[in-house]
Design a protein around this ligand. Structure first.
Ligand code: ADP
Ligand code: ASP
Ligand code: MG
Length: 404
């Protein structure tokens, strides 16, 4: 029988009524003849509440205990969802990440899935159950509970869809689908009917919170058909699929990361191995580095600037200071209060002048650019956080994304 995976995000299971609504979608699919796997997130703002609670106890909770804590949110949801399915007259069984057999590496709070065992799920499906799987969590080889990073239930869903060879993976959420930018910020944002894996991957990695970026990596690698749909209506949503031949616009979307921080090492010796020393130590501490720029060296020294998520700044600065001392850098400067705004689109591969247009739009709004990075299908700028919303709005209308 064909398998369908349906994932419900936090808002879509926030209360009993919504849980019943989600359960009835699963039951409907089951009665249509599908083997149904439901992946559920923690209810409403549960995960945020747990994070806040931990911060009331300690400023620096250990990552292992954070995972132990945060995983409880999803456990609550799966049990309630299974009960809701029972009430609708179908068999269902809830499973934690460990019970599904989601094996991850040991990187607490941002673990990566290593393997998933499908045996138990297959047996349960065969016996007629709707399988209700806890999103966002797994276990490492020592059976420590791990989590996949905020928004990680999307990744559980696509990974399960991949290993179960599902016909479709539906991501039910609180908006109509994937938009040209965050519809909560830009009223004129438009829903797109279809988007390529590559564009969605860029948008998600550049801050579009609608999908966890790793989920798109899985979907692309295993050819999972993904559809992002509203949980509250029958809207068709957005299909995330291979690139289609028809390029409709140069830029597909605008994404932003509001809380970025920048570290600059001043006066590093201009010699081989310097970047390696700095970035290997950041990588050893598993600190994700975002933008990197090195200026042209003058008089034997160069400056290196890189950015990290603002909540990684303390950890990144400690590592960078140690590296700076080792490399005899002249100074080290940290800057907070920054944001990154990016435009993404396949059309950039064939059209010129996209960067010029971006800079023109920002200049027209007197928004100062601190760092620029590009790839084949995106341009990102680092700006002051106080201008983040203005820049998103300006880029969105500057590339005419508000027009059909
Ligand atoms: P869920 O709990 O269902 O996983 P999320 O809050 O993680 O939901 O993701 C949905 C939210 O993503 C929307 O409410 C919207 O504000 C935000 N978002 C950001 N960028 C986009 C975008 N380009 N398209 C749609 N939604 C976006
Ligand atoms: N509950 C987790 C979070 O809030 C995972 C998810 O919702 O995807 O980040
Ligand atoms: Mg999400």
């Amino acid at each position: 029988m064909a398998v369908i995976v349906q994932k419900f995000g936090g808002t879509s299971v926030a209360n009993a009524e919504k849980i019943r609504g989600a359960a009835s979608r699963a039951v409907e699919a089951k009665r249509k003849g599908y083997d149904v796997v439901v992946v559920v997130s923690a209810r409403g703002h549960k995960t945020d509440e747990l994070v806040d609670l931990a911060k009331e106890i300690t400023r620096q909770p250990r990552p292992r205990e954070m995972d132990m804590l945060l995983a409880t949110g999803e456990q609550e949801s799966v049990a309630l969802m299974a009960m809701a399915v029972h009430e609708l007259g179908e068999e269902a069984i809830s499973l934690t990440g460990a019970q599904i057999g989601v094996l991850t590496d040991t990187t607490h709070t941002k673990a990566r899935i290593v393997s998933i065992s499908t045996e138990r799920m297959q047996e349960l499906l065969k016996a007629g159950n709707i399988v209700i799987a806890a999103g966002f969590q797994g276990v490492d080889a020592q059976m420590n509970i791990t989590t996949l990073g905020r928004g990680g239930s999307d990744t559980t869903a696509t990974a399960l869809a991949a290993v179960l060879n599902a016909e479709l993976c539906e991501i039910y959420t609180d908006v109509e689908g994937v938009f040209t930018t965050d519809p909560r910020l830009v009223k004129g944002a438009r829903k797109v009917d279809r988007i390529s894996y590559d564009e969605m991957l860029e948008l998600a990695s550049l801050g579009a919170g609608v999908m966890h970026s790793r989920s798109i990596e899985f979907a692309k690698k295993y050819g999972v058909q993904l559809r992002v749909r509203p949980a509250y209506s029958d809207g068709p949503g957005t299909l995330i699929a291979p690139e289609s031949d028809e390029v409709t616009s140069v830029v597909t979307g605008v994404a932003f990361v509001r809380n970025e921080a920048m570290i600059t090492l001043v006066g590093l010796p201009d010699q081989p191995g310097v970047m390696n020393t700095l970035f290997s130590s950041l990588s050893a501490e598993k600190i994700p580095v975002d933008m990197v720029v090195q200026n042209v060296a003058r008089e034997g020294t160069a400056n290196v600037t890189f950015t990290v998520a603002e909540d990684e700044l303390t950890a990144a600065l400690a590592v960078a200071k140690a590296a700076a001392a080792k490399l005899q850098a002249q100074d080290i400067v940290a800057t907070t209060g920054l944001s990154k705004v990016s435009v993404v689109g396949h059309g950039m591969q064939t059209h010129t002048g996209v960067a010029a247009r971006m800079f023109q739009v920002l200049a027209a709004h007197e928004i100062n650019i601190r760092v620029v990075t590009t790839s084949e299908i995106k341009i990102s700028v680092l700006i002051d956080r106080s201008r983040c919303d203005d820049a998103v709005l300006a880029a969105h209308s500057g590339f005419q994304l508000d027009k059909a």
